[in-house]
Design a binder for this molecule. Structure first.
Ligand code: HEC
Length: 195
């Protein structure tokens, strides 16, 4: 009996594999996906910076922390829906634990650090790959986010003002996103699209 089941499995295996096999994604399609990804990252970045600038002017940095806390996930969710992708920000040193990288993202972030150490510019650093996860095929892409002197260091630098410090500690008791210097990789935008 066991032999029969085994034989049946072996015989059906090639059929199962053919149906699950990743489809070939042409170089042109990959290029188009990367162009679209880059556009989405730009829209994401611009929208966030727009909210931060507006809030800094009207309410100052402490209020802006709340804006980052509430607006950043909403903007990510809205743009994900609009473009039919999963969009987010992640980092090796997190402020919000719900931005934690998955295994693929973590390995890319680590490669970004190596590429920076080898002299590559952070501003244009990106990585894309077509991967299989749980039998599904995805286009995945990440783009490094550089730390700028202004305004990033106000909330992610080594010396953070007392008012900001209090608010950050309240909202993020396990905050690790401090002690950055201008030019460091603060994290990355990340995008995942099912093919
Ligand atoms: C007013 C304070 C403030 C400023 C200024 C600020 N951030 Fe943040 N940053 C935050 C907060 C708060 C979060 C957590 C947001 C959340 O809950 O998703 C955050 C999260 C992030 C994350 C997501 C990863 C993580 O650690 O959770 C990245 C990436 C990031 N910031 C980059 C930047 C960059 C780049 C700049 C400068 C252009 C910047 N931030 C300026 C407060 C700030």
């Amino acid at each position: 009996m066991k032999k029969v089941i085994f034989a049946a499995i072996v015989l059906t295996l090639p059929i199962a594999c053919t149906t699950d096999a990743p489809r070939q994604v042409s170089a042109d399609e990959q290029k188009a996906l990367a162009v679209e990804g880059k556009k989405i990252f730009m829209e994401f970045g611009k929208t966030l910076v727009g909210h931060v600038k507006k809030s800094m002017k009207s309410g100052g940095p402490v209020k802006t922390i709340t804006v980052c806390n509430e607006i950043a996930p909403t903007v990510a969710a809205d743009l994900s829906k609009k473009h039919g992708v999963e969009l987010g920000r992640t980092s090796l040193k997190l402020r919000n634990p719900s931005n934690a990288p998955d295994a693929w993202e973590k390995s890319v972030l680590m490669k970004f650090e190596q590429r920076k150490a080898a002299g590559e510019k952070v501003k244009t650093m990106a990585y894309k790959e077509i991967v299989m996860e749980d039998g599904k095929q995805y286009f995945r892409m990440m783009k490094a986010i550089p730390t700028a002197q202004k305004p990033c260091l106000m909330c992610h630098g080594g010396k953070v003002k007392a008012g900001i410090e209090n608010q950050l500690s309240k909202l993020y008791p396990e905050d690790k996103a401090r002690g950055y210097k201008a030019g460091d990789i603060r994290g990355a935008f990340s995008l995942k699209k099912e093919l």
